[in-house]
Design a protein around this ligand. Structure first.
Ligand code: SF4
Length: 417
């Protein structure tokens, strides 16, 4: 979401005639887009701010804006901690940045929504719903990004058409809870939106991120099955394998509910790729509760698991009311155990790709080899004759937990949709 927000701001600045510099010291404006969803990302933002301070002290002459999740409704504390920052902007509050810099008149008051990001390759992110209404006890997002607000379907279509015109072949529709699209307006849902985008010529693929199990309806799953351009790939964060922990997290579903969604997907699309996010060391997590997470991973066999150690986010219910009582070394051990299991499962799932031919969208070339992704979102490195943006058939020769290796199939032709 932050990548998409940065691209949007860059598009607005571009429209005003600003250009990007290679070096911070050559810039007259620096915008630091921050994420505080985990402690580590917050520490990185703070460290980057420290570097900006030093540059300013050494005489660099730029205005500094901090944007994103680090900025809440009140910024007094941030102003006290970082007095050298010129402006703090909440996520997507682009207009405030232009006002603060005295550029508001130039924007014609219509920065959002008509400044579409310039494509930077064959794939692009497109936010379709902002904010989150779920208030999981550990999560800062609803406090920083506000309530769920769906964008107008026609405006999204216009943005995707603009991107496709600029060479984009694959769009990922974004939301913190992407299947909630349309719930706040009572308008078209995610399935309707994907259907509307499907007829854009030269758009080859549609993906969506991130799923919230409760909002995932059979109608949306059917749309994935029935619309050829929509990839059979689901990222559904389960966050924990124990119902007791899910309740402490206030995730709003149980493991049987989650299992039911996975079964529904697999009954409609047996080869769908399913990934998940999972937190270890949440408040009060016992050995037995952690073991339930491992058991769930063994049972579902996700294509990929994004594991994270719990860290309290100030301002959340968990930070205020629940004890962060799992010692750091235990959290590390549990994450390690999860990653070992994940690697074993991913390897065995990826090995099944060996000897098959996969449709790959070519994203670039590195060290003399092309790379791109399958419809199931597997990263593939391969040899052969092709070009960025083409959709080619690749024969998979080797697989590891992290990627597939192969060669373009002899009879592969560029697929122009
Ligand atoms: Fe945060 Fe996701 Fe829960 Fe929303 S659904 S509160 S974004 S974890």
């Amino acid at each position: 979401m932050n990548v998409a927000d940065s691209a949007k701001l860059a598009a607005g600045l571009d429209r005003l005639g600003w250009t990007a510099t290679e070096e911070v010291t050559d810039a007259s404006l620096v915008v630091l887009n921050t994420c505080v969803v985990r402690e580590r990302s917050e520490l990185r933002a703070v460290s980057r701010l420290g570097r900006m301070k030093v540059l300013k002290q050494k005489g660099a002459d730029f205005r500094l804006v901090v944007m994103g999740c680090m900025v809440g409704p009140r910024d007094d504390e941030l102003r006290r901690r970082f007095p050298y920052v010129d402006h703090f902007a909440r996520p997507q509050h682009f207009e405030g940045i232009f006002d603060a810099l005295g550029l508001a008149e130039d924007t014609g008051g219509e920065f959002w929504p008509t400044s579409f990001p310039a494509p930077t390759g064959p794939t692009a992110y497109v936010p379709i719903i902002e904010g989150c209404d779920k208030f999981c006890t550990y999560c800062i997002v609803p406090f920083r990004r506000g309530r769920e607000r769906s964008r107008d379907m026609h405006e999204i279509r216009e943005e995707v058409a603009h991107l496709v015109h600029g060479g984009v072949r694959e769009v990922t529709l974004l939301g913190q809870t992407v299947e909630a699209y349309g719930l706040d307006t009572g308008g078209p849902d995610l399935g309707d939106l994907m259907e509307s985008l499907s007829d854009l010529p030269n758009l080859a693929r549609i993906r969506f991120l991130t799923s919230y199990p409760k909002n995932m309806t059979p109608k949306i799953i059917e749309a994935v099955r029935d619309l050829p351009k929509v990839c059979e790939f689901f990222n559904i964060p389960v966050q924990h394998g124990s119902d007791a922990v899910l309740e402490r997290m206030r995730r709003g579903y149980t493991i049987p509910d989650f299992r039911e969604k996975v079964e529904l997907i697999r009954s409609m699309m047996p080869r769908a790729s399913i990934t998940t996010d999972l937190i270890v060391g949440f408040c009060g997590e016992t050995d037995a509760e952690f073991a339930e997470s491992l058991t769930l991973l063994e049972e579902i066999r996700f294509d990929k698991v994004h594991g994270a150690m719990y860290s309290p986010r100030p301002g959340t219910y968990a930070a205020r009311k629940l004890a962060d009582d799992v010692p750091p070394e235990v959290k590390k051990e549990r994450l390690h155990a999860l990653e070992e299991l994940e690697e074993r499962i991913s390897t065995s799932l990826n090995l099944a790709y060996e000897g098959t031919e996969q449709e790959v969208l070519v994203e670039g070339k590195r060290d003399g080899r092309w790379f791109g992704r399958t419809r199931s979102n597997k990263l593939v490195h391969f040899a052969g004759e092709t070009a960025v943006g083409e959709v080619v058939q690749v024969r998979i020769e080797r697989a590891s937990a992290w990627s597939l290796q192969g060669t373009t199939a002899d009879d592969a032709l560029p697929l122009i949709i």
